[in-house]
Design a protein around this ligand. Structure first.
Ligand code: IMP
Ligand code: MG
Length: 182
């Protein structure tokens, strides 16, 4: 694996796809166990989570499981704008069901906490949060992800769905911003 360059910034290999798949399977097995006998609805937060959600959902062994999509946007370049915009809303009835939010990354937690608050009024049975990546040191809200593949330091990440201004989502592995780029 070699360094990649996007928007004039250099990124180095960080987590290989094989390693990602291992953790996805682990988390999927946990969800399968916790949702036994239920009909959970997975809520994929677009755009970033679509790659993770596709892999995770296919590893979950539950014949009653459904998946749907919601779209939020909070990032511009490599830093958060602090403002979250809903671009595509949720139309499914979630009353009495277990909702599993699927995020690519929980950074400040703003997106996730806003989403959890807006879902609460629809009376779901439970709301769980599954994230590929979690930056505990960046957290500025009091949310706690229920399922995490990787805890990482507060550095900018790319690939496997994560983007820089829409680019790099199709990299199979995860990359981190090089120190010499900061
Ligand atoms: P939060 O609301 O601050 O938790 O940020 C959530 C969203 O910011 C994620 O769904 C990502 O789209 C984006 N984000 C946060 N950190 C990164 C990163 O390191 N790389 C790419 N996108 C990121
Ligand atoms: Mg993004």
């Amino acid at each position: 694996m070699e360094k990649v360059t996007f928007k004039g910034l250099s990124f180095e290999p960080y987590i290989k796809n094989e390693e990602i798949q291992k953790e996805v399977k682990r988390v999927a097995a946990e969800i399968t166990k916790d949702c036994e006998g239920e009909s959970p609805i997975f809520l994929c937060v677009l755009n970033g989570a679509f790659v993770f959600a596709a892999d995770l959902f296919r590893e979950v062994d539950n014949r009653e499981a459904e998946i749907t999509f919601i779209r939020y946007k909070s990032y511009q370049g490599t830093s958060t704008t602090g403002e979250v915009k809903e671009i595509l809303g949720l139309h499914e009835d979630i009353e009495g069901r277990t909702v599993i939010i699927v995020e690519d990354i929980v950074d400040t937690g703003t997106t996730a906490s806003q989403l959890i608050a807006s879902l609460g009024v629809r009376k779901p049975k439970a709301i769980k949060l599954a994230t590929l990546l979690f930056k505990p040191d960046s957290l500025s809200t009091d949310i706690k992800p229920d399922y995490v593949c990787f805890n990482i330091p507060s550095k900018f990440i790319l690939g496997y769905g994560l983007d820089i201004d829409g680019l790099a989502r199709n990299l199979k592995d995860i990359y981190v911003l090089s120190n010499d780029s900061e």
